[in-house]
Write a protein that binds this ligand. Sequence first.
Ligand SMILES: N[C@@H](CCC(=O)N[C@@H](CS)C(=O)NCC(=O)O)C(=O)O
Length: 220
Amino acid sequence: MKLELISTKRCPFVQRSVIMLNYKGIDYEMTFVDIENPPDWFRQISPFGKVPVLRVDDETVIFESAVINEFLDDVTPGQLHPEDPLQRALNKSWIEFGGACCSLTFQIMTAPDRQEFDACVAELGENLARVDVALGEGPYFNGESFALIDAAYAPVFIRLDEFEALLDLHILDDLPKMKAWAATLLAMPAVQSARVPELRDLFRQLIESRNAYARNLLRD
Ligand SMILES: N[C@@H](CCC(=O)N[C@@H](CS)C(=O)NCC(=O)O)C(=O)O
């Protein structure tokens, strides 16, 4: 089975799957598409027109990052979801919630005015405070072992780390437990491998091209 991940460099949902593939040492190819102007073949294989899409063979693609990651986990040794059904269900619930957090990081970069920007920052802070309540003592979400839920939230922390440098925006300052979780994940080679070196420039370009409110906060 030769896997191909259809990707963009900026997408946090793609990063979830890159983290998983690299953490598990799975062999794969990466194909980048221009999501603003995608090729016809991509429109045909991606049901929602979104990345990531995992091509499993000539006829089969899997979409939705959380589902892709569960598939990757299922077909490789060393299961990364908790064994206990209740814990597994709770992890899946918070993974779903993590999708909304990813989306808010995008809205923070693209909000057209201060009112919307502030509202998105506040909503993300409130969301993360809810996750913080569910967090254990670390270093990972469930404790000692890295799990799928860590791969799901690491891209949020990549973005928040970029926001600190780019916008002087420090959303985790009031959440020390979560800050420690973020630091653990950001130090992992699999997470670093999902963070392309030009990511900050891509965010800067996004903010500038949208003429977003965040443009006023950009640091040199
Ligand atoms: N729920 C999806 C979200 C994927 C998603 O929103 N991807 C964005 C890029 S970060 C996308 O492809 N957007 C293109 C579009 O909506 O047209 C997942 O988890 O895979």
